[in-house]
Ligand binder design. Structure first.
Ligand code: ADP
Length: 366
């Protein structure tokens, strides 16, 4: 059988998800002429492999050099090019010798690339190889697994603590001990409940880009956030002040923006030393508005700055837990900002304080 027919059949039959999807949704007459040429083996020029959108290579028995299509060349570029070429050549040789190759290879890059290689023999005439880039899928799978492991851990800890405390409470007659244990049980169940609330909020912000778009007066927004945290700040002799451009407006989802700023001010209070100052500042530009939440607190080590927006990432686990943190606040903030087509950056000096800067377009993208 002609080598191209075999490859075309393999592709059309579903080695590539792309091919399966597009062929099933079309009737035979709607199949593009290039694919029809492949399927029938007619009019095959040397560039025919380039018409296939998936990375493919073919090694004919009489040729010493494999033929690689354009999609494969695009995949094998940069620092991984030589390594991929080697892997492709080796898989084709093995397939030529009768081995049915199916393997997953990781190329460390940068950028990292994870590929599935499938190669087989073509009825005595040569060997074919199909490469599937699974980098994104592997990354997503691993993030999902980590996330589930983190959730389990975050919920298991308070739930386990409640069980231990309840056991200690059984049969306890000393009222002072009963009071102490019950208040610790309450704190642990509040922690579990806060984690669940934050998880729900995170999933909502991840799903809904915009629920209720409105024109929001920034000053009013900052006032309401300040009012929510004034009492907690006051108890620790921390002052919250508002500065900035008057009468500034931003278009967005009020609830999401209030939640993002609330999380930033909550952190500023949690990670400030007693007697500190928190400044909420708005700066109006021509096309965007910058809102800053700056504190005079403990600061964040430089090496952690890139990671603090990850779900459940904490610089100081004990401090975060001790102050009722869930490790999800900044992940929520990042999603809200992305939903509004904006950006967030942070600068911080250990022992001096941190400054989170949200840049939001005045007219949010819908
Ligand atoms: P948490 O609930 O632990 O506060 P976040 O996602 O809000 O979780 O923040 C992630 C981590 O970033 C925190 O655990 C803390 O280590 C660090 N962090 C966030 N905001 C500040 C801040 N204003 N000052 C110092 N550290 C901060």
């Amino acid at each position: 059988m002609n080598v191209f027919i075999v490859i075309a059949i393999a592709v059309l039959a579903g080695i590539s998800g792309y091919a399966v999807k597009s062929t099933r949704s079309r009737s035979q007459s709607e199949i593009p002429p290039e694919a029809q040429a492949l399927a029938t083996g007619s009019d095959l020029g040397p560039d025919i492999l380039d018409l296939l959108p998936i990375p493919i290579a073919v090694l004919l028995r009489d040729n010493r050099k494999p033929q690689k299509n354009r999609a494969l060349s695009r995949l094998a570029n940069g620092s991984t090019a030589i390594l991929i070429d080697d892997a492709v050549d080796s898989a084709l040789q093995r397939a030529l010798n009768g081995e049915q190759v199916s393997e997953t290879l990781t190329f460390s890059g940068p950028p990292q690339l994870i590929c599935e290689l499938q190669a087989g023999r073509l009825n005595g005439s040569g060997a074919y190889l199909v490469v599937t880039d699974v980098t994104e899928k592997v990354r997503t799978d691993s993030m999902r697994t980590d996330f589930i492991a983190n959730i389990s851990h975050e919920l298991k800890t308070p739930v386990g603590a409640v069980a231990v405390l309840a056991e200690a409470l059984l049969g306890e007659t000393d009222q002072a001990v009963v009071n102490r244990l019950t208040s610790r049980m309450l704190a642990e169940s509040e922690r579990a409940s806060k984690t669940i609330d934050d998880l729900l909020e995170l999933s909502q912000t991840e799903q809904s880009v915009f629920e209720n778009t409105a024109v929001i007066a920034v000053e009013e927004l900052l006032d309401s956030v300040k009012a929510r945290y004034d009492e907690a700040a006051h108890q620790r002799h921390i002052e919250i002040i508002i500065e900035g451009t008057k009468s500034t407006e931003v278009v967005g989802d009020r609830q999401q923006l209030a939640s993002a700023l609330g999380n930033l001010v909550d952190n500023a209070v949690k990670y400030s030393t007693d007697g500190g100052v928190i400044t909420l500042r708005s700066i109006a530009g021509d096309e965007d508005i910058t809102i800053e939440v700056c504190d005079t607190g403990v600061g964040i080590p430089h090496r952690d700055l890139d990671r603090i927006f990850e779900r459940f990432y904490r610089v100081d686990k004990a401090r975060s837990r001790g102050t009722g943190g869930t490790g999800l606040g900044l992940a929520i903030v990042r999603h809200v900002v992305t939903n509004h087509g904006g950006s967030i950056e942070v600068t911080s000096v250990e022992g001096e304080g941190s400054c989170f800067r949200l840049v939001l377009p005045k007219e949010a993208e819908q």
